[in-house]
Ligand binder design. Structure first.
Ligand code: ADP
Ligand code: MG
Length: 697
């Protein structure tokens, strides 16, 4: 009966063409199945009615029944608010709205019964509830329901009057239509072995559970399934590739590598650098294609590793290329490589959108006749129109901006070059396993010696003088300073600092210093020139947006100031901080934020001040994000997420999914047996959905 789930969403009461269009545009819901798999982001227990005297601010969400006795308006502009005095027969409660006041005044009546639903807080020393949901007690379904589902809705849906409540109506009528048993997708031997809830029951309980335990089991089953099939897809490809994919065999560690290692290496490699180079060389001489992810915290020396691995490829008669996410980075690689290799017979060229005409032609010829040994470029350029004579190794720098589909394009280019993906954003193991399960992983877990950990402080933006004194002190000591802002120019909507205004402002404050400015809206040539002024030491201060986030290397810079730090994510903050602490001097990262911070943001900034360890930060980031972002989910304590964003919390489940997939494929690699029929069919469907994976295999 599975096909009935493909019925269009318009075959549900209350969903006409208009709403169907909105559901598709906003949430991608077209069919019954789509709706079925649009899970609530939380449930709230609505089986209990409270009295006002019982309420405390520790409570998540509560329901109170009563009547409004009167309303009053106060304040102007942003402070404008409407307060209703809500009486439960015993006590009054203040109920406040800051928005939609006109609508509330029209629709909410005094002396009429309401079930008020919201979160208690304190304002001006008094207990109150802001922006509650109000229902009339006649809609008794509500107050009887033990676990009410809450669905995500977008701004556009809300404007059109489609709320979580509307989705609740849709899913409940959907379940009343699905009178048959939703077909199972996992074979019995798996559900039994792992004690998983049957799919039919799990889907129903994920929306309408009777208890929190039932909800937890349902979610566990659905999450497992999601993760399991991803692992199965990745693993079948990875296994097949291992068998089939013949890679070029780089057996020699030849002259270039040895000469460089003995004569030109400016400092001894760290043990971790040596280890990962050995791991990669082992891959490249195995006769199979290397497909490896190199993780290493910012400043761990990945560039040098890349260079040395490239020398191995060149020693074996191949060309190599390295792709950077931005032009600034590509140019920096060019300089680094040329400096390292200046005494060596290696031709290094740079190809970006800026390289045109004769110069471009010369490089393209050099690539085709094989005389260019190392090509450095930006993703876009290398992906599209470059032909090599014999490309043997591709290195992709800063992977997190480079998707699976893009990687696939490379494979079309040439017969199986070895591939190394480098990332400075440490990816937690569970995430790496899921997203890059087809890659082997090497880790540089050691920084070059002599680095002092960056000292990180969090301050508020109301004391700039202190900050400026620190800047002067560092510059007078001969160092340089970064200042990063969230915006390029002033925005009407966002009350945030911007690079252009602050550039002018800082020039007034520091007339004695030179200041560079870099942001994404500048022409590349201009940007590079400004950047160059900072690199050469001509300017002492660089103001920028996050364009400098990735990879820029100025060891003399010792201070990173991040303005409106509350606007940046953890991994971004960590990347930015990684721009300093590259020399031997003590460096500082100053997170400047607004006074008003959410609990989560405060936590984020606190983590930054407590650790420099990128892996720890990445784990924390995963745990903090996801459904935790959504209003109230942390407090309610019964929030579950059915999407991969929760890998941070479901590490064990990822491992279980991976082990189970391996178990299944060990016994039946091609999924040919009768008991794996279901898996085989579903796998085929998934491959159809994830064509980019199949291109890689
Ligand atoms: P990332 O891993 O962030 O790309 P880089 O490759 O830019 O780091 O290296 C950061 C800095 O450390 C560079 O200035 C580089 O020359 C230096 N470096 C790399 N390896 C070593 C080493 N083994 N000893 C000392 N310094 C090193
Ligand atoms: Mg780098």
């Amino acid at each position: 009966m599975g096909y009935e789930l493909e019925t269009a969403i318009t075959y549900l009461p209350g969903i006409g063409p208009q709403r169907a269009k909105l559901l598709e545009a906003e949430l991608g819901i077209k069919t019954w199945r789509d709706l079925l798999y649009t899970f609530p982001y939380k449930h709230i227990d609505r089986s209990r009615l409270y009295k006002i005297r019982e309420l405390t601010t520790e409570m998540p969400f509560v329901q109170v029944m009563g009547q409004f006795r009167s309303f009053e308006e106060a304040g102007q502009g942003r402070k404008h608010r409407l307060t209703g005095h809500f009486w439960d027969g015993e006590m009054f409660l203040d109920v406040t709205w800051f928005q939609g006041i006109r609508y509330i005044k029209q629709s909410v009546k005094v002396n009429k019964d309401y079930i008020l639903f919201g979160r208690p807080s304190v304002y001006g020393g008094r207990l109150c509830v802001n922006h509650p949901d109000l229902d009339s007690p006649e809609s008794t379904a509500l107050s009887k329901m033990s676990m009410q589902p809450y669905y995500t809705t977008t701004e556009r849906m809300k404007k059109a009057g489609m709320t979580s409540r509307s989705l609740e109506r849709f899913t409940s009528s959907l379940f009343s239509k699905i009178t048959w048993t939703i077909p199972e997708t996992l074979p019995d031997y798996i559900t039994e072995r792992l004690h998983l809830m049957p799919l039919d029951k799990a889907l129903r309980a994920a929306h309408y559970p009777t208890t929190a335990d039932e909800l937890a089991s349902a979610n566990m089953r659905l999450k497992f399934e999601e993760l399991f099939f991803i692992q199965l897809v990745i693993m079948t490809y990875a296994r097949r590739r291992q068998q089939q994919r013949v890679g070029q065999r780089f057996t020699r560690v030849g002259e270039l590598f040895n000469t460089f290692y003995r004569k030109y290496l400016p400092f001894p490699l760290t043990e971790a650098q040596k280890r990962v180079i050995r791991e990669m060389h082992a891959d490249m001489k195995s006769g199979r294609q290397m497909n490896r992810l190199l993780q290493g915290d910012v400043g761990s020396g990945k560039t040098l590793v890349a260079l040395m691995v490239m020398l191995i490829a060149i020693d074996n008669g191949c060309q190599t290329c390295i792709m950077a996410p931005t032009e600034i980075l590509a140019e920096q690689h060019l300089q680094t490589f040329r400096t390292f290799l200046k005494e060596m017979p290696v031709r290094v060229e740079l190809l970006t959108g800026n390289v045109k005409g004769k110069r471009r032609k010369a490089i393209e010829e050099g690539l085709q006749d094989g005389s260019v040994n190392i090509l450095i470029g930006t993703h876009a350029v290398i992906e599209d129109n470059v032909q090599f004579r014999s490309l043997g190794l591709v290195i992709i720098d800063e992977q997190h901006r480079f998707g699976v589909a893009q990687r696939a394009k490379l494979w079309e280019k040439s017969q199986a070059p070895h591939v190394l993906v480098m990332t400075a954003t440490p990816i937690p193991r569970t995430l790496a396993m899921t997203l890059y399960g087809d890659l082997d992983v090497s880790v540089i877990d050691e920084l070059p010696p002599g680095r002092k950990p960056v000292r990180t402080l969090h301050i508020y933006d109301n004391q700039p003088e202190q900050l400026y004194r620190g800047v002067v002190r560092e510059i007078e000591a001969g160092h340089q300073v970064y200042v990063v802002y969230p915006l390029v120019k002033e925005s009407e909507k966002l009350d945030l600092k911007n690079v252009q205004d602050e550039y002018v402002h800082l020039k007034e404050i520091f007339p004695q210093y030179n200041i560079s400015m870099v942001h994404g809206q500048m022409k590349p040539a201009e940007k590079d020139a400004e950047m160059q002024r900072f690199v050469s030491g001509e300017t002492q201060i660089l103001v920028a947006t996050t364009v400098i986030e990735v990879g820029v290397n100025v060891p003399n810079a010792s201070v990173m100031i991040i303005q409106n730090a509350e606007r940046f994510g953890l991994s971004q903050l960590h990347q930015l901080r990684g721009r300093v602490g590259r020399g031997a001097e003590q460096s500082y990262c100053i997170l400047v934020s607004n006074f008003k911070l959410s609990a989560e943001t405060r936590k984020r900034l606190q983590i930054m001040t407590e650790t420099n360890d990128g892996f720890e930060i990445a784990e924390a980031d995963l745990k903090l994000r996801g459904p935790g972002d959504l209003e109230g989910t942390q407090q309610s304590g019964i929030a579950f997420n059915l999407h991969l964003a929760n890998l941070g919390r479901d590490g064990q489940l990822v491992q279980l999914a991976r082990d189970t997939a391996a178990f299944v494929l060990d016994a039946d690699p091609e999924l040919q047996t009768q008991e794996n029929r279901l898996l085989h069919r579903h796998l085929m469907e998934l491959r159809e959905e994830h064509k980019d994976w199949s291109q890689i295999s």
